[in-house]
Structure formats: C-alpha cells, structure tokens
Design a protein around this ligand. Structure first.
Ligand code: SF4
Length: 727
C-alpha cells in the first residue's frame, strides 16, 4: 500500500474515558454512552484481516475500561496473524503490582506494544506514577513502550513533563502538535503552535470509529460530516476492504499524507474559480486548514478533478514509490529515523550550516516517532551541540523540534564553548610545562582535533585533554603540573594500560599517556609516533599524522564499544578537511598490521557507508571480511548511531564478549585475556573489589540486564509500528 498505512488500522473500541482532557480530539468523557459490542469488534477485526490489515492499534476513549474486550481482541488478532498495540492513559497502573498484572496479561494475549498518553492535560487527572509503573512493568516483560505527548505553545510545561519522565529508562517520547479539534477548540487560540507546513503522517493510518465508520485519521476527522473526504463511510454499508481501498486511492487523502494540506491549498489557489478561496493568513494548526478545505464540497470536487489528472497521479505515484522503496529498505523504520536518519540530518547540518537541514530533514523530523530526548542526549554526548547552535533557529528545526530539545542544545552548546576556553588554557599550560622539562608531547583525540580545527570553524566538544609523552617523562610532567595548581593525587601511577591517573584543572581532566592504546590492540605505535608532526609551529606540541589520527579514532571507537559514532564521523571529516591528503595505502597497511583490524575497519566502513563520508571505496574494500567481522558489524551498526552508554556503563561480561569478538585471531584473544589477567595481578585492590561484586552476583545480573536491554532495543526498533494517534 504505497504512501498509505502499509496495512495498519486503528480501532476505537469505546469513546468512554475516565478522564475529560481539555485537548481530547474526540471529546471523550465518563458520560459517553454506547459502544460497539464485543461481537461487532471481533467481526471488524476479522474483516480487517481479510482486507490485508497486518497491524491494529486499539484506541479510545480509554480502551482499558474494557479490559476483557481488549484481551479478547488481542487474542483474536494473534490468531489472525495481526500485530496489535494499544494506546491508553495508563490509569490501570496505579500501583506497580496492578501495572505488572495488566502488562503480563496483555503480553500473554499477544500484545506487541503499548503507547501511553501523558501530557499536561492528562496530568490534571493523574500524576506520572502510573506511567512509571507501567513502563517498569513493560521493561521487565519486554513489551515495547512509548509515551506520547501533545505540545502547544506552552512548551516549558512540556519540558517539565519530560523531566518528570526522566527517571524512565527506555521509553521513547513522541511529540504531537495540539490540534484545534474536538474539545481542544475551546482552548485559547494562543496555545496552538499554528504550524501548517509539512505532510500529515496521521492520514496514513485510517481509523474505525466506535460508531462503525472508517475515517481518514485517528481523532481529528471523528466529527467530520459523511460528505467529507475524511470520512470514508460506515463499515455496515460498505465492506471494510472497499473502504480501505478508498482511503488508499483517494487523491485528496493521498496528497495530504504525501505533501500535506498546504499542498491542497496551493493546488486550489491554482484552480480557476478558486483564486479567491477565503484562506486565512494564520491557522491554529494543520487540521484547521485541512478541515477548511475538505468541508467545502465545491473545493473538494475541483481538487478531485485536478489531482486526478494523469500528470498529478504520476507525480503522486512517483512520491509513493520513493516512500515504498524507503520502507522496503528500512528507511522508514523507527530505528532508522532515530539512528542513521537522524545522524545524517544532524551531521550534515552541523558540518555545513549554510546548507541548512537539507531536504530529507522535513520528512524525517516531521515524524511523530522521533525520539527527541534520545537524539538530544546522543548529539550532546557526541559534542555537536555547539556546531548545531547555528541551525537551531532554522525554520524546519523550529517547526518540528520541541523546545526542550532545542533548549538542551543551546544550553550544552554554550557550556561546550566555555569549556573549550578552559581546555585551550589547559593545553597551553601543558605545553609550558613540557617546555620547562625540555620534552615534547603528542596531543591525542579530541584535544588534537580541537587544535587542528581551522579558525572560523567550530570544533566538536571534547571532554579530556589527552597527551602522549615519553614514559620516562610522564611522571615528571604530572608532578610539574601538580606543582602549578592542577589537582590530583601526588605520585599516583598508571590508572589504565595507557595513561597515568588523570589530573584536573578547572574541571578539565588531563590524561598523560605513556602509550596510545593498550598493547592487545597491537597498534603500530612506533611508526605512528615517528610519523607525528609539530602542531602549527610549536616545538613541544605535536599531533599524529592524518593516518595516525584516523587509525587511532577508528580503534578508539571500537574500544568505546561503538557509542557516540557521530563523534568519529565528525573527526574523519575534520581530518580530511585539515590535512593536505591522506596516504590511504599507508593507513590500510597500518590497519591490517594491528592486532585487531576489525577494531578499525568496522566503524570506518559503517560510518562511511551510512553517513556518506568521503572515504575512498577502494580503501574501504580492503577491509577483511568473514563471519566474525559480520557479527561485530551487526552489533556496531546497532550502537554507532544511537548508543550513549560509555564504556563504564557496560558490564564486565558484555565488555569482554565484545572485546573477544573484535579480536580477529585466537592469538589476539589470548593476548587480550593475558593482558587482563596481568593487569589484575598488578591491581589486586581493584580486582578484589570486582571479585566481591561478582560474589554478590552483580556482574552476572548486570550482564543479563544489558543483554535484555539490547534485545528490547532491537525488538522496539523492529516491532513498533508507525503510529499516527493524536494522543
Ligand atoms: S491534517 Fe488533521 S484532519 Fe487532516 S488528515 Fe491530517 S490529522 Fe486528519
């Protein structure tokens, strides 16, 4: 079903609700009388199955006021091979036990996902506890869950609601614009954002109402008259399959879902006789414009004729085919949107602000399933908040991104700018100390790239200052910096395989390295250091060569277990811009000579392919292939574009498992295990503590949690159907 729901349907099993929210598009309340019988609902579900529907969302009102009916329908759907989800206000999760009982029953019946509506309007009737209880229960029982929020101009309140949900680990927050429909028409006009641009994803998901009509979207078309193109007809008079086909093929609905009501407005303006159609200068929302046009019979007739012309049909078909092609390639999946898709849009915008957000951005950011909170955390953690400040007020950004997301970027961007000043000061002090000691050091990672960023360009934010010095010089440099006001334990030795215990200055940590990375990575460190070059005329500060920086960046991404991959993508772009040229042959030779070539090639290949980095394909084709490489690529693909857990957030077993996968050979694995055992011998205190934790089974429990979280994340991105419910 190109351009349409892809076989999805919402069924409103009641309009009754225990709440009377001020924004409810179908004016639900406890006093609503009349609802379809169980027998009717089962019949609708069977008709939907016969019509090719593959996913049904049970909505209301509040569907869980009919718990037995919900369970019966979910079971029936499972029997028919239909995936089911439910949208609820969560009143049934008042206590953890109650939430768990219901989630367990729903899961047993076959439910695939839960959407909870929670925003300032729902908050007038219940606090966040039920949402938290149900989320925890869903997490335990591995049922994908999301929370949908409705936003108006009162975005600070939205931010407060999001804050209340901060304790939740896992749920994705979806944001829908408040629309002037149903009870929301009574709200002050100033509360509406008044955004009308963009396609309407809600029109891709038809809904069967409680009184048995198929309507174009779930909620906003409920009160439309039977003549409206938004009302397809009663299911009692016309077979559901036929109504769904009308929904799929109607040129007006097809235009709304592919180009939006604004496209209808533009077409109508070009239609003879409608030049003076009374369009307003300002609308309270996209649905108001949609209703104004679709309520006008002559306008509808003229548009049908105009949009039915072969040229217009061909254009829509082309758009539909692109959408369908993207869907087949997984580019319309929630996982893609919140992973690679978001990374592409934001990397492009941060790197080249003059280009803006790009043409793909609107279709991506306009989707309700954008996980703004998750993307915000990822972008800030990748250090891109500051470069993104230049596009944060871009109209496309302002149209779709919630204020809490833009505010977080602003806050982090400004903080990153302040931090950079301190980091530059710290680097200057380190250079001064090195000069006094007659030594030299090689700046590494973010600090090196900060210094290599040309004037006028913004660097990504970095946390520590890493500098590599001769092992004999390292303790002396540390002591000298401590004497000069840096904070840290005097005389402390190595805290990792590769650097001394960090010291800090005004909150910036300095890690003095004695080697680039632990020995078991097998980097050609000697050759890399010999190839280092002085940094802009300095005699004491050096950086690795472009090849050295790229090799180190790739390996380090693997050592960080592929979190914040955008950071590495940015660094690759930075190296390619700031160097006269990369010797790809030398880089390939170095990479292949390491102890774990996969550690370099895996992130480099995936980031280049998915984000379109200008790395030569002839170079990438030299990566070794094999089943081990494919396994680690699967994990890396899942993590690079969205993972925000740092290395310390992963449990010991998960880390060890990934490290062993990264090592290509038995020799490499033995080298890794030996290195760990030797390190253990040297750090009995640390390992004594680890052993105590292991005795309490913490490590195993953590590993199990980690494993479940990955499985859930994968299930969530694969199983969650796209939704268009308006909260
Ligand atoms: S614009 Fe509003 S009323 Fe029109 S189809 Fe979309 S959700 Fe429904």
């Amino acid at each position: 079903m190109p351009g349409s729901s892809g076989g999805q349907l919402a069924i409103m099993i009641t309009r009754r609700c225990n709440m009377t929210c001020g924004h409810c598009s179908v004016e639900s309340s406890p006093s609503i009388r009349g609802e379809p019988s169980d027998a009717e609902l089962v019949e609708w579900v069977r008709a939907a199955a016969a019509a090719g529907v593959t996913a049904i969302r049970l909505t209301g009102g509040e569907p869980m006021l009919r718990t037995a009916t919900v369970l019966r329908l979910v079971r029936e759907c499972r029997r028919l091979g239909i995936v089911t989800g439910i949208t609820s206000n969560g009143f049934w999760g008042r206590t953890p036990a109650q939430a768990d009982r219901h989630v367990r029953a729903l899961k047993r019946a076959g439910l695939s996902s839960i959407t909870l509506s929670y925003d300032r309007y729902h908050a007038e009737f219940q606090g966040p506890d039920p949402v938290l209880h149900i989320t925890n229960a869903a997490e335990r029982r591995q049922v994908p869950l999301r929370v949908s929020l409705v936003r108006g101009t009162d975005e600070p309140e939205l931010a407060q609601v999001v804050k209340r949900l901060e304790a939740l680990d896992g749920p994705r927050i979806r944001v829908y614009d408040l629309q002037p429909v149903g009870r929301a028409r009574e709200l002050p006009a100033t509360l509406h954002r008044g955004e009308i641009d963009g396609f309407c994803s809600a029109a891709s998901f038809p809904a069967l109402t409680d009184d048995g009509r198929l309507v174009a979207c779930n909620g906003p078309s409920y009160f439309e008259k039977s003549e409206s193109p938004l009302v397809l007809g009663p299911v009692g008079e016309t077979p559901l399959a036929e109504l769904l086909e009308r929904h799929r093929t109607d040129p007006i609905l097809d235009t709304i879902r592919t180009r939006g009501p604004v496209a209808l407005r533009d077409e109508l303006r070009r239609t003879p006789g409608f030049e003076d159609f009374p369009f307003r200068l300002r609308y309270t929302g996209i649905c108001e414009l949609c209703h104004q046009i679709t309520r006008h019979p002559q306008a509808v007739a003229a548009l049908r004729e105009r949009l039915g012309q072969p040229e217009a049909v061909a254009t829509r078909l082309a758009v539909s085919q692109v959408i369908e092609g993207n869907r087949r390639q997984g580019m319309l999946s929630t996982g893609y949107v919140n992973g690679v898709g978001a990374c592409r849009v934001f990397l492009g915008a941060a790197w080249d602000p003059a280009r803006g957000l790009g043409t793909d951005a609107e279709h991506l950011l306009g989707r309700a399933d954008v996980d703004w909170r998750g993307i915000g955390t990822y972008l800030c953690g990748s250090g891109l908040a500051r470069p993104l400040l230049r596009v944060v007020d871009d109209p496309v950004f302002a149209r779709w991104a919630p204020l809490f997301f833009r505010d977080e970027l602003r806050r982090r961007g400004l903080a990153d700018g302040m931090r950079e000043l301190v980091q530059r000061d710290v680097i200057g002090r380190v250079a001064g100390a090195l000069g006094e000691l007659g030594g030299r050091g090689v700046l590494l990672k973010g600090a090196a790239l900060l210094m290599l960023t040309p004037a006028g360009q913004l660097p990504r934010a970095t946390s520590d200052v890493d500098i590599l010095v001769d092992p004999a010089l390292a303790p002396r440099l540390r002591d000298r910096l401590l004497e000069q006001g840096f904070a840290g334990a005097p005389g402390a030795g190595a805290s990792t395989f590769q650097h001394l215990e960090p010291i800090t200055f005004q909150g910036v940590a300095v890690e003095i390295h004695t080697r680039l990375m632990p020995d078991f990575w097998g980097l050609p460190e000697r050759a890399m250091i010999d190839d280092a070059r002085p940094l802009g005329g300095s005699s004491v500060l050096w950086t690795l060569s472009p090849e050295g920086i790229l090799l180190h960046a790739g390996m380090h991404t693997s050592a960080s277990f592929f979190s914040f991959g955008l950071k590495t993508a940015w660094d690759v772009l930075n190296v390619l811009r700031s160097s006269a040229g990369v010797d790809w042959d030398r880089l390939a030779a170095w990479a292949l000579s390491t102890g774990a070539p996969r550690g370099f090639w895996t992130p480099m290949r995936l980031l280049s392919a998915e984000l379109g980095l200008p790395v030569p394909s002839t170079f990438l084709s030299r990566a070794p292939v094999g089943s081990g490489a494919r396994r680690i690529e699967t994990i890396a693909r899942h993590r690079l574009f969205r993972a925000t857990e740092g290395i310390f957030d992963l449990d010991v077993l998960t880390k060890a498992g990934m490290m062993l996968l990264l090592q290509d050979s038995l020799r490499g694995r033995l080298r890794y295990v030996t290195a760990k055992l030797l390190w253990r011998g040297e750090h009995l205190t640390t390992w004594g503590a680890a052993a105590r934790r292991a005795r309490h089974a913490d490590v195993l429990r953590q590993a199990w949690r980690q494993y479940r979280r990955y499985r859930q994340a994968m299930a969530r991105s694969m199983a969650m159907p796209r939704e268009a419910d308006q909260g």
